[in-house]
Design a binder for this molecule. Structure first.
Ligand SMILES: [Mn+2]
Length: 430
């Protein structure tokens, strides 16, 4: 039975009125899939093995850059964030891990924090360092970069911060450090492209050397922002090159929103897998140049195509296919718990649809250049409504058949607004 703030009986009581309808839908889809040679129960079981991490920063309303519009009952510290993450996990049963962000999630007692998470059915995923903005009492400024900065003092400070994140993560039970640097330029001529990459790789190598044996270092690329002329780790190519130079424990992390519009991200997935460098994902969506919209809200087909490549990769593992999946979004117009529930469902749907692709038919069509048959093998899977499979997987795990309705029925924010202090009007955290 699921642990967490909600009484599990309450979830079951909420499921009762819609259970008969769900059974009918699941059985109907089961008959349909059976005619396609697919066992619905096998797919449901496969989905049960899939899980995602939630970023601690995505539990607050800090997103979309320009302003923060706080809501009553919003979490104000990592303990309250864990409580909200536990709600998400209890209802959707697919997000059992939280990814902390330092320095914001720093506490005096990391062992106690881990115990608190465990008591709510949660674990910690990759730890995230932050060298994109200055903190109070910091000796050196990151204004002109961090791991790639010209000034050795700045680089050493960034290295030390990353190593401190590893130490915290070790106490939390994490096994990965995600490194995204805001380093880059706003003017042509501001920095030497090659030398700044050299400095980044040299500094990252010092962080790499501090990784425990069973850890990975996930390098996250981003095309632009906050640097608008060039970024040091701007794309998958730069990221793969850096990961190759650093060593086997360094892999690349693909954030869906960190590419130019219309870039073929599914091909990038296949390329990184080919290189043995596919380390993980940050799921979100993007319309123009943003990276914070809810997963699947703009381009669910792209999400499906990404998962199609991931299933191919899983079926043809080269070296250590073990991508870390995480939601990375942050909004300021929705309740973050509702956005997490909605995104978890969208990601699970894309994953499930990719499981439905008739791989034998696809490969056969590819082999004989039957382009339309190849395309249709993807199309057939994509247009299947997998909602009953997602609901069944949740139900079997003790979750809610209709997570959003269940969440609204407990009036969580109203309850929490009585105890949690109100959030200030700080700038949003990207
Ligand atoms: Mn990201």
């Amino acid at each position: 039975m699921s642990k967490g703030p909600i009484n599990p009986d309450q979830i079951m009581v909420g499921n009762d009125p819609v259970l008969a309808g769900h059974r009918d839908d699941y059985d109907s889809l089961g008959r349909h899939l059976s005619r396609r040679g697919i066992s619905i129960d096998d797919i449901t079981a496969q989905l049960a093995a899939f899980s995602l991490a939630i970023p601690s920063w995505g539990l607050g309303r800090g997103g979309t850059r320009f302003a923060k519009f706080a809501m009553p009952g919003e979490p104000t510290n990592i303990h309250e964030k864990l409580e909200d993450a536990a709600i998400v996990q209890q209802l959707c049963c697919i997000t059992p891990r939280v990814s902390p962000h330092f320095p914001w999630d720093r506490v005096d007692d990391f062992v106690g924090l881990r115990e608190a998470a465990t008591s709510m059915g949660l674990e910690f995923d990759a730890v995230n360092s932050n060298t994109f903005q200055d903190q109070k009492d910091q000796a050196h400024s990151y204004q002109y970069g961090s791991l790639s900065a010209q000034d050795k003092g700045v680089r050493d400070q960034a290295i030390a911060h990353n190593i401190e994140c590893i130490a915290a993560g070790t106490l939390l039970g994490s096994q990965a450090l995600t490194v995204w640097v805001a380093d880059g330029t706003n003017f042509p001529g501001q920095q030497d492209f090659s030398r700044s990459l050299d400095r980044y790789i040299d500094a990252a190598a010092e962080v790499y050397a501090a990784l425990p044996t069973d850890w990975r270092m996930l390098l996250e690329h981003k095309l632009f922002e906050p640097a608008f002329y060039s970024s040091v780790i701007s794309d998958w190519g730069s990221s793969a090159l850096a990961a190759q130079e650093l060593g086997p424990k360094a892999q690349c992390l693909v954030d869906l929103g960190h590419h130019a519009p219309n870039v073929n991200i599914e091909q990038i997935v296949a390329r990184l897998h080919r290189l043995g460098k596919l380390g993980g994902f940050h799921f979100n969506d993007s319309k123009y140049g943003d990276d914070d919209l809810d997963s699947g809200s703009i381009n669910p087909h792209q999400l499906f195509l990404v998962f199609n490549e991931l299933i191919e990769a899983q079926n043809n593992p080269r070296t250590g296919f073990n991508p870390a999946y995480m939601i990375d979004q942050s909004h300021n117009v929705t309740d973050p718990i509702e956005s997490m529930l909605s995104s978890a469902e969208a990601i699970a749907a894309a994953c499930t649809k990719a499981m439905l692709v008739d791989r034998a038919a696809l490969h056969e069509a590819q082999a004989c250049n039957d382009v339309m048959a190849a395309f249709q093998s993807l199309r057939l899977a994509y247009r299947t409504d997998v909602t009953p499979i997602l609901a069944e997987a949740r139900y079997k795990a003790g979750g809610a058949l209709m997570p959003l309705n269940a969440y609204r029925s407990i009036e969580w924010r109203l309850l929490k607004a009585r105890h949690r202090k109100s959030v200030g009007l700080g700038a949003g955290i990207v």
